[in-house]
Design a protein around this ligand. Structure first.
Ligand code: PLP
Length: 431
């Protein structure tokens, strides 16, 4: 007798009717759950799953939320990992996002019942954090901030910039192309390695809208080099705009070469542009800080409306500015002894596995602080763990080095250690 293996496969409607599966369909939507049921049925057909385990398999395969995005523990040792969405939001920012997710008074004055100024809370927080700025505006990202400034102040005119600062920011996008796409003309001065004040002086004329300084945030030029700082440029009689990239509002002792907004404005820059999701540790956003009159022109420029941030970004950014130290900054500042103590405790919990505690080195990443090496500590596991940990839930992304899978602790918070241990154990016990 030929047994049709399909007859042993539980029916779709029967699995969907199981109370826990039905509850998941209410929460996540029927489509996502049905996909998981179909996949589990196929595994039963392939004899890879006993039919009576199908409900558990479906529940185990469901995503934690109705999105294809999966949470990933960042054990790479790269603090701002572009592929992992750069800065993780802190608890205060996540709570603020939850508040803003519903209807909220983003553009309403509750006291009078009339229209309020959108983003006022963030602007106040930025002005408080950077006292040297008399105006502030927020757009979608750092690139948008620079493009909006160029479009507002320099369309049809010239922006003077050093040849040493014509940076490619990633994914094939380049600052010079971005700026020229606004209708501004670039006037390049100096050379790749050396640019002098006289180079700028010669280039400045009636057509000059501003002098642009771009922080070479993802590379370093060493050797026979020279560049002109904002203080000297400010004496040339035209506005100086500095794209600092990283979003540091004030100097950080571990990152002496990273320009900060307060320092650049104090040196005489008229405007500073920066990202919100790099060293500031907030959501993706672009900051424009500086002279109130210029900021107001930028804010009222028509293109500004096309770069407007949503209420979730406003909420997360304000909470990052007003709240406790965000995760990226905590990770940056964590003493290496603390990382070692965490690693030792994790290794003890994972006793019985081929796990060692090793010295490691972390980087800022995300196009920030190139060349800065942060001492760190990692768990070292056999290489096959890497792929298995990526497939786990949550996924864990480590680093392959010397034929081992390293789980670097610097980019992870202490609160992640428990989850990390669970993920490693789950690999050991197998599917
Ligand atoms: C990262 C960076 C940008 C782009 O900012 P996004 O927020 O990624 O759009 C622009 N300029 C510099 C110097 C940067 O470092």
């Amino acid at each position: 007798m030929v047994i049709d293996p399909r007859r042993r496969v539980p029916r779709t409607d029967a699995v969907l009717a199981e109370p826990r599966v039905a509850a998941a369909a209410v929460r996540l939507g029927r489509q996502l759950v049905k996909q998981a049921v179909t996949a589990a049925q196929q595994r039963v057909r392939d004899s890879a799953l006993p039919p009576d385990e199908i409900v558990d398999a479906v529940l185990g395969a469901l995503p934690p939320a109705a999105t294809t995005l999966r949470p990933v523990l960042n054990a790479t040792g790269v603090l701002l990992h572009t592929n992992l969405g750069r800065a993780p939001l802190g608890a205060a920012a996540r709570e603020a996002v939850a508040v803003a997710a519903g209807t909220c008074d983003v553009e309403l004055d509750l006291a009078t019942g009339t229209r309020g100024r959108r983003g006022a809370g963030v602007v106040d927080a930025l002005l408080a954090a950077v006292p040297g700025a008399s105006g502030a505006h927020v757009v979608n990202n750092g690139a948008a901030a620079l493009a909006l400034v160029a479009a507002t102040l320099a369309a049809g005119r010239e922006i003077v910039v050093s040849r040493g600062e014509l940076v490619e920011i990633g994914d094939g996008f380049r600052i010079p192309d971005l700026v020229e796409s606004t209708g501004a003309r670039l006037r390049e001065v100096g050379t790749t390695n050396r640019t002098h004040l006289a180079d700028y002086e010669r280039a400045i004329g009636p057509d000059t809208a501003f002098v642009l300084k771009v922080h070479p945030s993802n590379f370093t030029v060493t050797g026979f080099t020279s560049a002109v700082g904002p203080a000297e440029l400010a004496g040339l009689g035209v506005p100086v705009v500095v794209d600092i990239g990283s979003g540091l509002l004030a100097p950080h002792p571990l990152l002496p070469d990273e320009p900060d907004a307060a320092g650049m404005l104090a040196a005489g820059a008229a405007l500073v542009t920066a990202s919100g999701d790099k060293l500031l540790g907030g959501p993706q956003a672009g900051l424009i800080l500086g002279d109130a009159g210029l900021v107001e022109r930028v804010r009222r420029f028509p293109l500004a409306r096309a770069m407007r941030v949503d209420k979730l970004t406003l909420a997360a950014l304000e909470a990052t500015l007003r709240g406790p130290v965000p995760p990226v900054r905590a990770a940056l500042d964590a003493p290496v002894a603390e990382l070692r103590a965490r690693a030792d405790a994790l290794a003890a919990r994972l006793a019985g596995l081929d796990v060692q505690v090793v010295d490691s080195h972390a980087t800022v990443g995300g196009g920030g602080a190139p060349g800065v090496v942060l001492p760190s500590v990692a768990l070292s596991l056999p290489e096959p763990y890497a792929a298995a940990l990526r497939a786990g839930s949550p996924a864990v992304l480590g680093r392959l080095e010397g034929g081992r899978c390293l789980l670097d602790l610097r980019a992870l918070g202490r609160a992640d250690d428990e989850t990390l241990a669970g993920c490693v154990r789950a690999v050991r016990s197998g599917p």
